[in-house]
Design a protein around this ligand. Structure first.
Ligand code: CAA
Length: 239
């Protein structure tokens, strides 16, 4: 049985990814950062063990990954899903908003990959899936920080894919479009209306529609797919 760790796995797209991997017969663990009550409720509801640490903290990721491995066994599959937004146009953006988004969304990929890739290489099998965003592919008004982090994840994906290709480890990205989660619900309804008007499918994605792509990419049969980005955006950007 393969084992997966999903960061930011107790809510939104992450929770859907946990559920889908679990349904596919994979043993799953999830991380969360802030909301202890939500983390505990998620674990009670799903039976999926949860672990709390800040994925922007390099040392905490090493310690946390070791704890997860002690609890469920070696991590075969890493899903870098944890992410935040701090939207503001450039001149209004605080340095803190820039640094925090880069740290949580992008540094976390380095931190977590470094904690698990060594073991994957030794076992000669691994899957890493980085959850990026359409806004890292196209840009988005008010998101210089988030777009930079998400575009950075795509470069990170390709570089790491090259480094571990010979070791049975694949590294891919999923780039969701606007998805029906708390993160998108935080954007003003008028702006969301204009965004949906530009989505050919005519609606937001459901988190399960993103999770399905992760299940596809971590399958045994997906060993020849590496360094790729799977865009899942209802046709909003055909890239
Ligand atoms: N394109 C061009 N001009 C725009 C614009 C756009 N998309 N949006 C706003 N403007 C214009 C306004 O009309 C206004 O013009 P005037 O000054 O002439 O009236 C001006 O820009 C406003 O600029 P401000 O710097 O004052 O912006 P603000 O403070 O009012 O709002 C914002 C900035 C909060 C970032 C707001 O634009 C916003 O919420 N944008 C949406 C951001 C977004 O889509 N975030 C996605 C979050 S979900 C997510 O990220 C998940 C995922 O992966 C998809």
């Amino acid at each position: 049985m393969r084992r997966a760790l999903v960061t930011g796995g107790t809510t939104g797209i992450g929770a859907a990814i946990c559920a889908a991997l679990h349904a596919a017969g994979i043993r799953v663990a999830a991380t969360y950062s802030g909301n202890e009550a939500r983390g505990a409720a998620f674990s009670d509801r799903t039976g999926i063990p949860v672990f709390r640490w800040d994925v922007s903290d390099h040392a905490a990721c090493a310690v946390g990954a070791a704890e997860v491995e002690a609890a469920i066994g070696p991590i075969d599959i890493l899903v870098n899903n944890a992410g935040i937004t701090r939207d503001a146009s450039l001149l209004k953006m605080s340095e803190e908003a820039w640094k925090r988004v880069l740290a949580v969304d992008l540094d976390s990929c380095f931190n977590m990959a470094q904690a698990v890739v060594g073991g994957m290489k030794v076992r000669r099998w691994g899957r890493i899936v980085n959850i990026a965003s359409i806004n890292g592919q196209t840009g988005q008004f008010g998101q210089t920080n988030y777009a930079a982090a998400k575009a950075g994840m795509l470069g990170f994906t390709k570089a790491l894919a090259l480094e571990v290709a010979r070791d049975g480890v694949t590294v891919n990205a999923v780039a969701p479009g606007y998805t029906d989660t708390d993160m998108v619900a935080a954007v003003s309804p008028e702006i969301i209306k204009t965004i949906i008007a530009r989505i050919p499918v005519g609606r937001l994605a459901q988190p399960e529609e993103i999770a399905r792509c992760v299940v596809f990419l971590v399958a045994e049969e997906a060993g020849f797919i590496t360094g790729s980005t799977l865009s899942v955006n209802g046709g909003q950007a055909m890239i």
